[in-house]
Design a protein around this ligand. Structure first.
Ligand SMILES: Cc1cc2nc3c(=O)[nH]c(=O)nc-3n(C[C@H](O)[C@H](O)[C@H](O)COP(=O)(O)O)c2cc1C
Length: 362
């Protein structure tokens, strides 16, 4: 059993998997359920000065990701202060309070959440892509609060410029990424956009945005020294490992918890533990930032390196052969790769469900 505990500014998370600001933490009761389901920490649904008037339909699953057009909490801030945060706190894990958006909004909301927040997260989603209003919102939070202030970044912004600017302006950490977009999906039975927003557009989340999140976390952690909490497309323990290898100190899960319920946090944490054990890591913190070291240890190449085959692991499912556009693979009694035809593209390695194919990255 590997150590799964992570510590960020004295907040001790029993495992690095927490809720994200979203439906899975939409009120105090769901926060309690999330912790019962194994979440190592809580980040609550974003609140602002006024409750959100959410257009509907506001959530939909497509065959290539999840769309939403939720804004922030539809509950008034007064209800969060009176009831919801106390319930969330009673769950006994660190509570990160999400709030938005402009400096004016933050000045009004921050003093109210102060008694409940172990840290706060400021959503920059509706603040635009310029640095100045984002930094102003941060400064408003810093002057009202004495807990750590995390800035949640949206992927449609210039990640490195904003990450550096908010670190210089005193941000204690980053949370990245928010959902991506705008995007659109149409119900072909009716011709209507599936989202009820005025434009019909929504924001994409879930597994399809994970490579985007990984790149953003990787890029931000090249230019800042403050901790990063990763979010975007985490579905299983290996995804957490990937995000931490990109540079995250912990992760949040939103869409997967909407689809699978509050028990998902503990399941993901358990899979993470299994992954660490299988790979000989005794502490989850060991893998943080690993990809930054590996990238320098890699050979850039434009010649073919043929994958290695472990015949014992091959189950002859032929997925590798089906997607080999170079026609280099034959699967009979054994799996054979024609060295003259193989282009070394690597696709077969990622198609194999059993790890029977490996390629050298060096
Ligand atoms: C239905 C829905 C509502 C969301 N509401 C918020 C919100 O209130 N505040 C916020 O910062 N992010 C919000 N998000 C974004 C998530 O916190 C998260 O950044 C994004 O969905 C990527 O993570 P995921 O792929 O695990 O869902 C919402 C996402 C969804 C799907």
């Amino acid at each position: 059993m590997a150590n799964l505990k992570v510590n960020i500014y004295g907040m001790e998370f029993s495992n690095p998997v927490m809720t994200a600001a979203g439906p899975g933490a939409k009120d105090g009761d769901l926060c309690i359920e999330a912790v019962k389901g194994g979440a190592g920490g809580l980040c609550t649904k974003t609140i602002s000065v006024l409750p959100a008037d959410v257009p509907r339909p506001c959530m939909g699953l497509t065959n290539s990701g999840f769309l939403n057009t939720e804004l922030w909490s539809e509950l008034p801030k007064e209800q969060w202060i009176k009831e919801e945060y106390q319930k969330a706190k009673s769950a006994g894990v660190p509570v990160i309070v999400s709030m938005g958006y402009t400096a004016d909004d933050i000045e009004k909301v921050a003093p109210l959440v102060k008694p409940y927040a172990d840290a706060v997260e400021l959503s920059t989603h509706y603040v635009g892509t310029d640095v100045a209003p984002i930094v102003n919102a941060l400064k408003a939070a810093k002057s009202a609060l004495d807990c750590p202030v995390f800035m949640k970044m949206s992927p449609h912004t210039d990640i490195q410029t904003i990450a550096k600017a908010v670190e210089e302006a005193g941000a204690d950490g980053l949370v990245m990424i928010n959902s991506f977009g705008p995007c659109m999906a149409i119900d072909v039975n009716t011709g209507y956009p599936i989202m009820g927003s005025k434009t019909g557009y929504g924001w994409l989340s879930g597994a399809p945005i994970r490579p985007l999140a990984i790149r953003c976390i990787y890029e931000a952690s090249q230019v800042v020294n403050i901790p990063i909490i990763g979010v975007g497309g985490v579905t299983c323990g290996r995804d957490v490992a990937e995000m931490m290898m990109a540079g995250a100190s912990a992760v949040q899960v939103c869409t997967e918890a909407i689809l699978r319920g509050p028990g998902v946090y503990g399941k993901i944490a358990k899979e993470l533990n299994e992954f660490l054990d299988e790979h000989g890591y005794s502490d989850v913190n060991e893998i943080k930032g690993l990809a930054h070291k590996k990238v320098n240890d890699r050979e850039f190449r434009t010649h073919t390196v043929v994958p290695e085959v472990d015949q014992d692991k091959c189950i002859k499912c032929k997925k590798c052969k089906a997607s080999c556009v170079y026609e280099a693979i034959e699967v009979g009694e054994t799996l054979e790769i024609d060295k003259d035809k193989c282009f070394g593209c690597g696709l077969c390695v990622t198609r194999c469900p059993k790890g029977a194919l490996t390629i050298s990255y060096k």
